[in-house]
Design a protein around this ligand. Sequence first.
Ligand SMILES: [Zn+2]
Length: 292
Amino acid sequence: MRPLAEQDFLPGIEPPAEPAPGARWYVFQEARLLVSADQGPARVPGRPPQDLALRPLREGFLGTFRGAPCYVAEVGKEEVAPAGWAFEGLRRLFARVDDDFFRLAARAFQIKEWDRCHRYCGACSSETVRKPGERARECPACGELFYPRLSPVVMILIRRGRELLLARSPRFPKGMYSALAGFVEPGETLEETAAREVREEVGLEIAGLRYFGSQSWPFPHSLMIAFVAEYAGGEIRLQDPEIEDAGWYSPDRLPELPHPLSIARRLIDGVIGQTQRKPGRADSSHGIVRRE
Ligand SMILES: [Zn+2]
């Protein structure tokens, strides 16, 4: 996955004093984003919602993408998309966006959600205010600070020779399988989360955990941290209601996989690519008896 280089996006708190060309406005209605209504690549408006006869509940500055200022706003449920525009869920937009678009929209959504969900102090119920110069809301009464929320999720793709362990949650689209994943608990290292999740979800042991990559996943505020691991023992046992089926799959007999925009798919494709480039090495690296 191409890392978002520093020059691509520069986070910012204070908007530019003068309107700059090429602005992007990420206007949400709940979790849906205002985009061009045609079926081509999705675009966001270059003008604030007021210019499109929409009344914002909140708005804010995100930073600049390749020099262009990016803003986020939220409008109420009763607002109607202007002609030529439509409010669409981010998942429904996968087919019409590239990685840069998705990452900016994901960032905008999470900052909007943080602003929406921290209007009042969780400690003393007073109304919070934005803290100048920082991406934080502050309680003027008790001083409590509220930063955007991130929930780290460890994703683990287990290899056994050429085979991969893929599983499905009852929440997945019909027929789709993916790598295992679970939230990091307070006090855990990522390595501990990986071992615990694998044990809890499929009853297996793993070894040789290797970092693959990460992705911000705005459903609603996850940070996916993906690893590859080697099978180290055990038989598949399903005991977690989060997993309804799991099995070993060879690269030539794969079930339906997650969308290519997701790190889950990049992880699976990446590992299959490695396996196919170095079949001898991948096949001979474990003294594990296949279970067919
Ligand atoms: Zn307070």
